[in-house]
Design a protein around this ligand. Structure first.
Ligand SMILES: Nc1ncnc2c1ncn2[C@@H]1O[C@H](COP(=O)(O)OP(=O)(O)OP(=O)(O)O)[C@@H](O)[C@H]1O
Length: 654
């Protein structure tokens, strides 16, 4: 029998936990390696098959049909997956080139062995600039420098001992490397990272999303979902898409979530907070039970903490440290932000770190998907952080008007997504609404005080743009199997545990109910309308602390708004409560919301030459004075507040 005193017991269990963690990491590493090898094997096989079909039929379209037909048959019997789809043609051709290269190299070795016999080189060498004579010259130089007869010592490629997927598939002609200068990282998401880049040809700056698809065995359809959706969207209130392409990954994948930076700090922060676990949604690693919402707690799902005054405990990093150091971070220039970078990004299962650590396991991707997008210099989440730290309730009328205009512009983007593109975004939240600086009369732009220190640049025109179409879905289907939906979220949650749990603040109750009960998820526009209702409240109600925000949003999900808010914003309150109704069938249609009286009336709008509706161009000078007035007024209110609190304290002491 074994006896432990409590100290040694805890030491042993700590060691055990560490060993278990390591074992799990190794096992996870092995599993990912298998997945990667499997994918490489299948891609190589389909690449060869494609070549083979080209030999059988010289007509390109017929050989392609032949190839697709064979692959579909092979898919049915489980030999290939979707490696044959058109989207992966670029990748297959890299495998074909690599194979040619391999054959050419092997022939060079044979040639070295038989060079006296002058074995002819391939008719079309893979590296055309290396003529037969050059090759012979190079060979002689090698022979001279080594002082040996190559025919006696067949030379192995020096790299062959370190032969890896990456060296083998190394792309010498990376479009990304050739055409773009990488300036700095803008942030990391569930599928990869986004960088600020400059195009060497046109000199313009873009946001470049690098998606590492094999990172977590993501189905091909999901990998291409975002670009397919983005490519068909063309609206001023939606992030502009430029191009996308695939390249083989020869580089090491950065950790999508580096626990040493954000996650660890986040977990430490959480441990130091006294937050009732009752309010949580559990994100499980179990494939079958992704979310288990604690129904007994009246659907409470908001989870946040009062971090005012303890900002050291929780600090969420949006961009890489290098990015912030460079001072170029496009968002998050809000260093004085009292909430940290993202007060919505709090996980409620701090003990469960395995998913986070899994993300640090070796890079096993085989290709990278590049998505070139419009660079947006700010986002609504960062803007709200800055505003809330400078302003307090009650807001003045002008502020309401501007934020309602902002909301209307966002609404136009969503209407376009629903009505024209027939999509449902499913992930509407302030961090996915970007703010692009624009000219005064740009369609859908709004004059905003940006709340940065530089008072001269205080007021600028911004156009809100919806981005991040990673969870977008066709609105034709109307229902979605909850397992498939939860797997979508689970994938993201596992890799990016902070972000998507945070997103739950905006998740419609019917989604959470369906996920909890494993029933079908009703996929309807009402999901986006619910999220928009929450966004509208955030636009109009400046929270003082993250805890206040968490509590207010939780109340709103129960249909309760603060009294003082209802008093001041009667119409807006009705609209918010309507949009966030628990029953999706009771929520308004977007067209109802657009018709709503409180949105700027058409008399406030002007028509462009093309007949498009522009929001009324406000006088920058006048607005600037208004903004200055509001900030001044709020400053006085805060001072008055602090003075009264002090007096109260004094009275209590007596
Ligand atoms: N067009 C853009 N311009 C500027 N920054 C961007 C742009 N697109 C994304 N970003 C920033 O890059 C970061 C990563 O974005 P990404 O869409 O990959 O992930 P996410 O939205 O944070 O998470 P997830 O994809 O898991 O929902 C975010 O911080 C986002 O603000």
């Amino acid at each position: 029998m074994l006896y432990h005193d409590s100290g040694s017991l805890s030491a042993t269990s700590a060691t055990d936990t560490l060993a278990l963690d390591q074992a799990l990491s190794l096992r996870e590493g092995g599993r990912l390696k298998d997945i990667s090898a499997n994918r490489h094997g299948r891609l190589l096989f389909t690449a060869l098959l494609e070549n083979f079909c080209q030999l059988y039929d010289s007509d390109p379209s017929r050989s392609r049909r032949l190839f697709t037909l064979i692959c579909q048959t092979l898919k049915r019997i489980g030999i290939v997956d979707e490696e044959y789809i058109d989207e992966l043609a670029g990748i297959r051709s890299t495998y074909q080139s690599a194979l040619h290269h391999l054959i050419t190299q092997a022939r060079e070795v044979l040639f070295e062995e038989d060079h006296d016999k002058k074995v002819p080189l391939p008719i079309k060498p893979y590296v055309p600039e290396r003529s037969y004579e050059e090759l012979q010259g190079a060979l002689q130089r090698i022979s001279l420098s080594e002082g040996s007869n190559p025919s006696n010592s067949p030379k192995q490629d020096s790299q062959s001992s370190n032969f890896t997927y990456y060296s083998w598939l190394h792309t010498k002609h990376s479009r990304y490397v050739n055409d773009f200068d990488e300036l700095h990282m803008l942030g990391k998401g569930g599928f990869g990272a986004v960088y600020r880049v400059r195009n060497r040809v046109d000199g313009a700056e873009y946001a470049m999303k690098k998606v590492f698809p094999t990172f977590q065995q993501v189905p091909y359809t999901k990998i291409f979902r975002e670009i397919k959706s983005l490519a068909k969207l063309d609206h001023p209130n939606i992030v502009r898409y430029y191009a996308s392409w695939l390249e083989n990954a020869s580089e090491v994948v950065p950790n999508v979530r580096n626990p040493s930076v954000s996650s660890t700090k986040m977990i430490q922060g959480l441990e130091s907070l006294d937050i009732s676990r009752d309010d949580s949604i559990t994100v499980a690693n179990n494939e079958d039970s992704v979310y288990s919402d604690d129904r007994s707690n009246n659907d409470s799902i908001i989870f946040a903490a009062d971090i005012s005054g303890q900002s050291d405990n929780i600090y969420f990093q949006k961009a890489s440290p290098e990015a912030s150091e460079s001072g170029n971070s496009s968002h998050g220039e809000d260093s004085e932000n009292k909430y940290g970078s993202s007060y919505d990004e709090i996980i409620e299962n701090p003990g469960n770190t395995s998913a986070l650590y899994a993300s640090t396991i070796a890079p096993l991707n085989c290709f990278v998907l590049y998505i070139q997008m419009q660079l947006c210099t700010d986002d609504l989440e960062s803007y709200l952080f800055r505003r809330n730290s400078k302003i307090s309730f009650p807001l003045s009328i002008v502020d309401t008007r501007i934020h309602i205009q902002l909301f209307r512009a966002i609404l136009h983007g969503v209407v376009y997504i629903h009505e024209v593109a027939h999509l449902i975004h499913r992930d509407i939240k302030p961090s996915n609404i970007f703010l692009a600086k624009s000219l005064t009369f740009d369609r859908g732009s709004v004059p905003l005080y940006n709340y940065r220190d530089n008072a001269n640049n205080g007021l600028s025109n911004y156009t809100p743009k919806l981005g991040d179409f990673g969870l977008v879905i066709d609105n034709e289907g109307k229902t979605l199997n909850s397992v498939s939906f939860s797997k979508d979220l689970q994938h993201v949650s596992q890799v990016n545990a902070t972000q998507h749990v945070g997103t739950m603040s905006y998740a419609a109750p019917e989604l959470l109910d369906a996920l909890a009960s494993h029933s079908n998820v009703p996929v309807s526009e009402a999901i986006d309308i619910f999220a928009l209702g929450i966004v509208l409240f955030e636009l109009l109600y400046p929270f003082d602390t993250a805890m206040e925000r968490a509590l207010r949003l939780r109340d709103l999900r129960q249909g309760v708004l603060p009294d003082e808010f209802i008093e001041k914003h009667g119409c807006e309150s009705s609209l918010i409560l309507w949009m966030t109704a628990k029953d999706p069938s009771k929520r308004p249609m977007l067209s109802d919301v657009l018709k709503c009286d409180l949105l700027p009336s058409y008399s406030e709008e002007v028509l462009s030459e093309k007949g498009e509706i522009l929001l009324s161009p406000l006088s920058a000078a006048t607005d600037h004075c208004y903004w200055e007035g509001i900030i001044q007024e709020n400053k006085q209110l805060r001072e008055e507040n602090a003075r009264l609190r002090n007096e109260l304290e004094e009275l209590k002491k007596r």
